[in-house]
Structure formats: structure tokens, C-alpha cells
Write a new protein. Structure first.
Ligand code: FAD
Length: 391
């Protein structure tokens, strides 16, 4: 009898308490039963499976780590495990969740006033309100810290926003989008809660992506879009505050990369044990085992790193450079794992139905979003050398 297939080689989930382990298995079951059967078709059609929202809601996992406002108040480790379990089946669904629960809800939870939290978070927790996070611009991607060109001009009790935002996940259907803009008076970056039907706010879907095709990315145009002062994130005073949100979500992206690698590895291992050539399962060949062990080594290193990352986060000790190092390492290693997974599956590795080709494509987007390898490396480089090498 063949040994069971499990990408958690060092049994790291033994570190979870019973309650967390139960939730991990619940998320796994949801992903396996509800998402896996429909995901390739949605990926191909670049459509979002809105039909899953009610079942998603039942899991009660949005705003995992936040307390109050109906949020579950679980650990950062639990949040990481959820991101991994989602990405293990599909990275687009993990990204949808990361935008809603991390970037959008996180901006409000970390930087909103009490009234703003009460207005938005309970509905977002229940997925009755969908959020998006608009930082990147068509001409400003890596350089958002100093270079945002979207402007905000205060006029009495309202702000007038002008500019464009590119790549914004969930933007085509979001009820509220956090728009980051430079205040023309004090030159600081501020955050605004922009409601869907606000005049001057429009969204165009970005078509023909070769990765994360289920994620609905939008190009947002703000044309004299007026937002009330009461919809300005009250505790976001400069880009340093935006970075607090990114530190939290980058840790989540590292876990997503683990999930992607784990899904690809487990599928590839399964395939190689079944596929026969020269009269034997290909898993019995030394060169194939070499690939499998390389994949598992990378996957295990990533997982171990992420467990410690979450421990630091739970202890309130996570620094920007910790999150950046994990994001760089995991997304880079994941590219290697998914490409080996594809390789050991031969031609079938490029067919969607074998559930590895999608990971190969999606790993490319995860590698670049929430700060590229270069930008996150420069964050680590600055921390260890004391020199900033950004410009
Ligand atoms: P650029 O900044 O143009 O970079 C191009 C290359 O130059 C990269 O390799 C980069 O590392 C390198 N580079 C740049 N500066 C330096 C430097 N100083 N030193 C060395 N190399 C450098 N953004 C949002 O705000 N909200 C979202 O919801 C969102 N979702 C996304 C979803 C997807 C699928 C994708 C692909 C992107 C998303 N983004 C989102 C945007 C994402 O964060 C940016 O793509 C990313 O930050 C990189 O910016 P860029 O694509 O403009 O690349």
C-alpha cells in the first residue's frame, strides 16, 4: 500500500490547538468540495464564482484576527493556515479573500475611526459588503511610498479625488474601495472609503490576464470624485500607516505561496505514482524522485519559516523586514516548486484539468504583487545594512 500524500512533512499542524485544527479541516473541505470542481472553468472564463459566497460566509473566517465587529479574533497563525488551505486549491480564491479580509478590512480595522469600523466591518465580515484596496497606479507600482500621483484636495467637508488606480482586486464588484491619495495641502498619503456609486468613480475590468484569472482586477478612474471627510480613514496620516496594512498582508501572501506549492506538490506526487512508463510508475524512477524531494524540501522550508513568521506576528514582534523576507523567499521557492510539478507531469502538466498548470500561471502574479522580489529585498536590505537602496 502506498503512503498517504501530505505536503506537511514535519507535521507542523500538530502545533495547532484542537479548535484551530478543526477550522483548518473545515476550510480544506470547503475548498475541496465547493471550489475544486468549479475552479478550472471559472479560471478559463475569467469569471468570479459568486455562487460560493453564502457557503464562504458560513465558514465565518473573514477578519480572522480582528476582535469585535463580529470578527472571529483568532490567531495570525490561523489566518496563515487559512490562506495556505485556500491557495492549496486555488490562489485566486485566496487572493479574493486576502483583499477582502486583509487589505480592505485591515485598512479599516487598523486605521479607521470607531464609527467607520462599526459602519463597515460587520457587513464585510459577513461578505454582505465587498471591499477593495486601491494603491497601485498605472505609472506608479513599486514606487507608491513616495510617488503616488492620485491627488486629494480638501474643500470644506469634502475631498476631491483625481487620478487612476490599476490592478485593483475585487474592484469591478466592490461596494467600497480604499483609495490612497496624496493630500495636495500637506503632501501626505491619506486613505478614503469610496463607495461604489460615487459620481466620478468608474471601474474598467482588466482583461486577458495569464494569471489569477478568477480575480477581478480593475482599472479605476477618479474624476473629480467627491468623498465626505467622514469617509477619510481617520487614523491614516501618511504612507507609514499604509505600510502597517501591507506588513500584515505580506505575511499572508507568504502563506499563500506555501499553499500554491503544496497544492502543486501533492497533485504531482499523486500523478507520478499513477502514471506508468517503461512498465513502472514514473515515481519509481530516481530522477523523478529527485524532483519530488526538491519540491518537498522547498515546501517544508517555506512552511517552517511561515510558522515562525506567524508566531512573531502573534507575539506582536513582526517587523516589516520579517514579512518582506518571508514574502520574497516563499514566492521565489514556489515558482521552483510549481515548475517542477509541471515538469514531472509531462504534457499533462500544461492541461488545466490536471490541476497544476493553474498554479504555474498563478505563482507568477503572487511573485509580483504586494511588492516584487526587488522591493521586498530592498526592505530587508535596508534593515540589515542600515542603507536604503530604493533610489
Ligand atoms: P513596476 O514597479 O513597474 O516594476 C517593474 C520591475 O522593476 C519589477 O521587477 C520591480 O521589482 C523592478 N523595480 C522597480 N523599482 C526597483 C528598484 N528600486 N530597484 C530594483 N528593481 C526595481 N495593487 C493594489 O493596489 N491593489 C490590489 O488589489 C492589487 N492587486 C493585484 C493583483 C494582481 C494579479 C497583480 C499582478 C497586481 C496587483 N496589484 C495591486 C499591484 C501590484 O502590487 C504591483 O503590480 C506591484 O507592486 C509591482 O508594481 P508594477 O507592476 O507597477 O511594477
Amino acid at each position: 500500500e502506498l503512503p498517504p500524500i501530505d505536503g506537511d512533512f514535519y507535521d507542523l499542524s500538530a502545533k495547532l490547538n484542537e479548535e484551530d485544527r478543526a477550522l483548518q479541516l473545515q476550510v480544506r473541505e470547503f475548498m475541496e468540495k465547493e471550489i475544486k470542481p468549479i475552479v478550472n472553468e471559472h479560471w478559463l472564463n475569467a469569471s468570479f464564482p459568486f455562487e460560493i459566497i453564502p457557503k464562504f460566509r458560513e465558514l465565518n473566517i473573514c477578519g480572522v484576527t480582528y476582535s469585535g465587529y463580529g470578527c472571529p479574533n483568532r490567531s495570525f497563525l490561523m489566518e496563515g493556515i487559512i490562506a495556505m488551505e485556500m491557495a492549496r486549491v486555488d490562489a485566486s480564491i485566496a487572493t479574493f479573500f486576502g483583499v477582502q479580509s486583509g487589505l480592505a478590512m485591515g485598512s479599516i480595522y487598523l486605521l479607521g475611526s470607531e464609527e467607520q469600523k462599526q459602519e463597515w466591518l460587520p457587513g464585510m465580515q459577513q461578505l454582505n459588503i465587498i471591499g477593495a484596496f486601491g494603491l497601485t497606479e498605472p505609472e506608479v507600482g513599486s514606487a507608491t511610498a513616495g510617488g503616488l500621483t492620485t491627488t486629494a484636495k480638501r474643500e470644506g467637508d469634502t475631498w476631491v479625488l483625481n487620478g487612476q488606480k490599476k490592478w485593483i482586486g475585487n474592484a469591478t464588484f466592490a461596494d467600497v474601495t480604499i483609495i490612497w491619495a496624496r493630500d495636495l495641502d500637506d503632501n501626505q498619503v491619506k486613505g478614503f472609503l469610496v463607495r461604489k456609486d460615487t459620481p466620478g468613480f468608474s471601474v474598467e475590468k482588466i482583461h486577458d490576464k495569464m494569471a489569477l484569472r478568477i480575480v477581478q482586477n480593475g482599472l479605476i478612474t477618479l474624476n473629480n470624485c467627491r468623498v465626505a471627510e467622514s469617509d477619510r480613514l481617520q487614523h491614516a496620516g501618511s504612507f507609514k500607516d499604509t505600510a502597517k496594512v501591507l506588513k500584515m498582508t505580506r505575511a499572508g501572501v507568504a502563506w499563500e505561496a506555501v499553499g500554491c506549492a503544496r497544492g502543486a506538490y501533492e497533485n504531482a506526487l499523486d500523478y507520478t505514482r499513477q502514471r506508468k512508463q517503461f512498465g513502472k510508475p514514473i515515481a519509481a524512477f530516481q530522477l523523478i524522485q529527485g524532483h519530488l524531494v526538491e519540491m518537498l524540501s522547498n515546501l517544508t522550508a517555506m512552511q517552517t519559516l511561515c510558522y515562525r513568521l506567524s508566531e512573531l506576528q502573534d507575539a506582536g514582534q513582526l517587523k516589516d523586514e520579517h514579512a518582506s523576507l518571508a514574502k520574497v523567499f516563499c514566492t521565489l521557492r514556489t515558482r521552483d516548486v510549481v515548475s517542477r510539478a509541471r515538469e514531472v507531469m509531462g504534457g499533462n502538466g500544461i492541461l488545466l484539468e490536471y490541476n497544476v498548470a493553474r498554479f504555474v500561471a498563478d505563482a507568477e502574479a503572487i511573485y509580483s504583487y504586494e511588492g516584487t522580489k526587488e522591493i521586498n529585498s530592498l526592505i530587508v536590505g535596508r534593515a540589515i545594512t542600515g542603507f536604503s537602496a530604493f533610489v
